[in-house]
Design a protein around this ligand. Structure first.
Ligand SMILES: NC(=O)c1ccc[n+]([C@@H]2O[C@H](COP(=O)([O-])OP(=O)(O)OC[C@H]3O[C@@H](n4cnc5c(N)ncnc54)[C@H](O)[C@@H]3O)[C@@H](O)[C@H]2O)c1
Length: 353
């Protein structure tokens, strides 16, 4: 087992990397496990699983990311007589970890929290950094808190059972992290593509470690996204717009993000910000993993081509994260050099057709 600790405003976060799937031993004050129907079998086989502890099993998927699910977790904790120093253990993908963390942040004004991410996306991104939440009123993650886990337990062994589409969805966030912060990771993504795609365990461990470390450094400096944490939204303005226009659930988030990063590179080129060679190379990497880099994503094929760019732009303008009505884009000069800036509508429309 290997571990490291980073410190955010709320205190230290210990990250443990295990060979086999392992969950924390619960304290004397007890705890509660939260899984979904797909991760339950893995939880029951995990090292240190205690079948006498309360357990909430949610239906899988983003549709369950609602206040009512959080309420179920809180009710189960209360019925089990858990105290403030009891520990909530979220065992699953980003949906489970976001909701367990939200519930822990609310219970007795803040209970113990350990996260055990089981998707590539949750290991590399969602479980690290303290954002919790649920979807509300048709907006993703609109209600939530900042509440970092005290411990994160990762075993890439869990990725063996992950469906391919989910694996590729998480890999897009890995590519993003590499472009933003991790030149060595970026190099690995170019050089070891075959082994990554065949889910070589050692390589996945190295990739996940590099992503966790990169994200940890960002949230150490900017937990509440007042500054550089915004860089982690690279490609996401385009991605959210595509997900909205295509219809939520029609395309995986990672596919949308990969496409969004390619659009952001194109936009950066047009704005005279992105180095031309960097744009070409990074777009090449994205395409080499099989993600679409076409100006019009294939999921929108058959739509009215003249109207689609404007629909995407409208969706960006309705995004809850825009500040003061202005859409701001995360753009790159080159690897490891990023900025956030507004761009005229005409330029945005030009990279969508
Ligand atoms: N908090 C953050 O900073 C942050 C960052 C990025 C994304 N997110 C959130 O993460 C969520 C997406 O997370 P996700 O992609 O992990 O989706 P998810 O939690 O829905 O998991 C994807 C699917 O994989 C299944 N699954 C999970 N682990 C498995 C395993 N080991 N084997 C087999 N099946 C498994 C799940 O049951 C689910 O069906 C979104 O709600 C997003 O908003 C949060």
């Amino acid at each position: 087992m290997d571990s490291f600790t980073f410190t955010v405003q709320t205190g230290p976060v210990a990250v443990f990397f295990h060979k086999t799937i392992t969950i924390p031993v619960l304290p004397r004050s007890g705890g509660i496990y939260v899984a979904d129907e797909n991760t339950l079998p893995l939880l029951q086989k995990a090292k240190n699983f205690d079948s006498s502890m309360p357990l909430v099993v949610l239906a899988p998927g983003e549709e369950e990311k609602q206040l009512s699910s959080v309420e179920r977790i809180l009710e189960a904790a209360l019925n089990a007589g858990l105290a403030r120093d009891s520990v909530f253990v979220g065992f699953g993908g980003g949906v489970v970890t976001d909701m367990t963390a939200f519930a822990a942040s609310l219970y007795m004004r803040g209970a113990g929290l350990c996260l055990v991410p089981t998707t590539l996306l949750a290991m590399a991104d969602a479980a690290v950094g303290g954002k919790t939440g649920v979807d509300f009123g048709n907006f993703k993650n609109c209600v939530g808190t900042f509440y970092p886990a005290q411990e994160i337990h990762i075993s890439v062994d869990a990725l063996r059972t992950l469906p391919q589409a989910e694996f590729m969805s998480g890999l897009a966030e890995v590519v993003k992290t590499a472009m933003l912060y991790a030149p060595k990771l970026y190099q690995i993504l170019w050089e070891k593509k075959e082994s990554i795609l065949s889910r070589d365990g050692d390589l996945l461990l190295e990739i996940v470690k590099r992503c966790v470390q990169a994200k940890a450094h960002v949230v150490e400096r900017d937990l509440k996204e007042t500054g550089e944490r915004m860089f982690l939204n690279l490609g996401h303005t385009f991605a959210h717009a595509l997900e909205t226009v295509a219809g939520l659930g029609t395309i995986s988030h990672g596919e949308a993000v990969a496409w969004g990063i390619a659009r952001a590179l194109e936009l950066g080129k047009r704005a005279g910000i992105t180095d031309l060679d960097w744009a070409k190379e990074a777009t090449g990497l994205i395409a080499s993993y099989g993600y679409s880099i076409a100006p019009v994503h294939p999921v929108l094929a058959g739509r009215n081509e003249a109207e689609t760019p404007q629909l995407l732009l409208n969706a960006m303008k309705n995004d809850k994260k825009k500040k003061g009505g202005v859409v701001r884009f995360v753009l790159q000069r080159e690897i490891n050099s990023t900025l956030v800036t507004p761009v005229p509508d005409a330029e945005v429309l030009a990279v969508l057709a």
